[in-house]
Ligand binder design. Structure first.
Ligand SMILES: Nc1ncnc2c1ncn2[C@@H]1O[C@H](COP(=O)(O)OP(=O)(O)O)[C@@H](O)[C@H]1O
Ligand SMILES: [Mg+2]
Length: 610
């Protein structure tokens, strides 16, 4: 019935829409990472559209039409927020590009300013043409000052503007004429010009960046041609003496071509960056839309649950033994749970009956009876107490239990993504106490997950373990080659259809703790096989990467509980609970810390893509 059920469980035996219990073919135990398929991509292509139930009667038809209008208005909301988001994202693309250019400008300005300062000092020693030396000193001084000004301004991105870019570009272009003529068209100055082209060619100001850069390259070509052909005198400091004319012409063509190539590369690079930012923005937009869809799906689910819970069911008004059944208080994969009155008294109880349709499945009926048998064996403050087991009027088996007031964890987590650390410590403590009793009785629960943990209202409030439907008695003859349980919280050995013991429940409790602390499930996948693969081979995302406030010790405790090898986990559920309590106070003992660190070193947490 709850979030953690509805999205992940699947029952090939009894597939009905919304059915949940998993009896999935296990991953072959022999599947090793080397033979395993390549890591599966966790994010799916998109949420499937949520089919709406066809109205079965006029009353529901009217409610359905109102729900569909609310749905269209909510999708309108989604698309409106989508386009709003697109606008904001486009602005953020521009802002990102602007910031990137400002950073580059500050760096380039600094380099040019330093080069100009060195060049000015060089003027003291240079020979060179005397007339050009004055122009050279002026060019160095002006360009150096402008570059220093750019460096100073662009460090604050807000002060980097198109006007600053243009002033810098024009000064650099004009100075390049002087430098080329003073140093010589075949001098190393061409390297500096190429460097300038790669900076200005990447410029945001497309009206100026490209024409100005082409102008600089053309200016070089013309100057070099005029000098080489002897039309104007070569006043350069670096002049090739005995180089033949064709070689000089070839060289100047090469240099011009290199300039144009660098320019072209710069423009291409800019376009590629823009496209990459656009693509990532698009991904963010899609993610936001999906988030909204998910939100909508959650509301639908809540509505469906409200419609089911507190309503009359198939057995309402009938009797099961001495229990008179009232409304439904919960639903799971296997059955419906009714509130009931005991005989003629006002005493309350809860009665679980198999879903209609499951009665024809002998395997499911025997599983239900096994649950009854297990539940009768174990008793404790953190376990739901069974009062009676019997057959209802129509012969179907039932389990009568104490009626719990409160809410299961899956329902709580639909309203709050995570719990506070002290709440998680209490949860682990209570559930561990329940597990201790189960394990001492030789029972492995095998399906610990949020929907099967119930916060019973006090006083004092207490977590109780529900649903022993797939639990396993030590002497049980149930075959090992099928996977039963819920993949998202299942231990790797259980996912592989291997031998399970108390430590499998410790893994599941670790997965529940991870889920409640971080707000995220430790393992996700688009389908059961992918999810099982993740459980067996992948590491969850590092908790502190999701929430930096999680204490380091708690992270280590989670790593121990979620260790792939059962021997590496806590040996008992109480040792897990004790470690959790200490870790929450940052007081985990050193031996445990070292153990956790060793586990993380051998199998590091995954990196989470935010
Ligand atoms: N004793 C109880 N008192 C109140 N609610 C209960 C009780 N037992 C179960 N529920 C509710 O019914 C839901 C389904 O019960 P569960 O035993 O887990 O059935 P299933 O085996 O079908 O998963 C639980 O998630 C819980 O919300
Ligand atoms: Mg259940």
């Amino acid at each position: 019935m709850a979030e953690d059920d509805a999205t992940e469980r699947m029952d090939p035996l009894t597939a009905e829409p919304g059915e949940v219990r998993t009896v999935a073919p296990s991953l072959p135990p022999t599947l090793s990472p080397s033979t395993a398929p390549p890591p599966l991509v966790v994010l799916g292509p998109g949420l499937p559209s949520i089919p709406r139930a066809a109205p079965s009667n006029p009353a529901s038809a009217s409610s359905s039409s109102s729900s569909s209008s609310s749905s269209s208005s909510s999708s309108a909301l989604v698309s409106a927020s989508g386009s709003r988001a697109t606008g904001t994202l486009a602005q953020s693309t521009l802002a990102a590009m602007h910031g990137e250019e400002a950073t580059r400008a500050a760096g380039f300005g600094r380099v040019v300013a330093i080069l100009c300062a060195i060049g000015l000092l060089g003027q003291l020693t240079y020979a060179g043409h005397p007339k050009l030396r004055i122009a050279m000193v002026a060019a160095h001084a002006i360009l150096g000052s402008v570059a220093a000004w750019v460096w100073w301004r662009a460090r604050d991105h807000a002060r980097w503007s198109q006007a600053v870019f243009r002033v810098f570009g024009l000064t650099a272009a004009l100075s390049s004429v002087v430098f080329i003529h003073f140093l010589g068209v075949f001098s190393p100055v061409t390297v500096v010009v190429v460097m300038g082209l790669s900076f200005f060619g990447l410029g945001d100001d497309s009206k100026m960046a490209l024409p100005l850069s082409i102008l600089v390259a053309a200016q070089y070509l013309v100057s070099a041609l005029l000098v080489t052909l002897g039309i104007i005198p070569d006043l350069g400091l670096f002049v090739p003496r005995d180089t033949p004319q064709p070689a000089k012409l070839a060289m100047l063509c090469m240099v011009t071509a290199t300039m144009l190539m660098v320019l072209w590369q710069a423009r291409l690079g800019r376009r590629a960056t823009l496209e990459a930012i656009e693509r990532s923005n698009e991904a963010v937009r899609v993610a936001r839309t999906r988030e909204a869809q998910l939100e909508e799906a959650k509301e639908n689910l809540d509505a469906a649950i409200r419609a089911g819970s507190g309503r009359s069911g198939r057995y309402t008004g009938t009797s099961a033994g001495r229990f008179r059944l009232d409304n439904i208080v919960g639903r799971g994969a296997m059955g419906e749970v009714y509130s009931a009155r005991v005989g003629d008294t006002n005493d309350r109880a809860a009665v679980k009956l198999l879903h209609i349709g499951k009665l024809e499945e002998p395997e499911l009926v025997s599983r239900f009876l096994r649950e009854a048998e297990v539940a009768r064996r174990v008793r404790g403050p953190n376990l739901v107490n069974v009062l009676e087991v019997g057959n209802a009027q129509d012969g179907s088996p039932y389990i009568a239990m104490e009626l719990l007031e409160g809410s299961d964890l899956a329902t709580l987590l639909r309203d709050r993504p995570s719990l506070a650390l002290p709440e998680v410590v209490t949860l682990v403590d209570d559930v561990a106490r329940g597990l201790e009793i189960l394990h001492a009785a030789g029972v492995v629960h095998r399906d610990l997950k949020p929907a099967n943990l119930f916060l019973s209202q006090g006083p004092p409030p207490k977590w109780k373990i529900l649903d022993y439907g797939v639990s396993k008695l030590r002497e049980s003859t149930m075959t090992e080659d099928q996977v039963v349980g819920t993949p998202g919280y299942m231990s790797p050995e259980q996912a592989q259809g291997g031998k399970v013991d108390a430590r499998s429940d410790i893994f599941a409790l670790g997965a529940v703790a991870y889920r409640t602390i971080t707000g995220r499930r430790p393992f996700t996948g688009t389908g059961t096989p992918q999810l099982l693969y993740q459980v067996v081979y992948a590491q969850p995302v590092r908790p502190r990467e999701i929430a930096a406030s999680i204490p380091r010790d708690v992270e280590l405790v989670l790593a121990i509980a979620l260790a792939k090898r059962p021997e590496a986990r806590f040996p008992t559920s109480t040792s897990f609970a004790t470690a959790m309590r200490l870790a929450s106070q940052g007081a985990l003992d050193q031996k445990m810390r070292t153990h956790g660190e060793r586990i993380v070193r051998a199998a590091p947490w995954s990196k989470g893509a935010e």
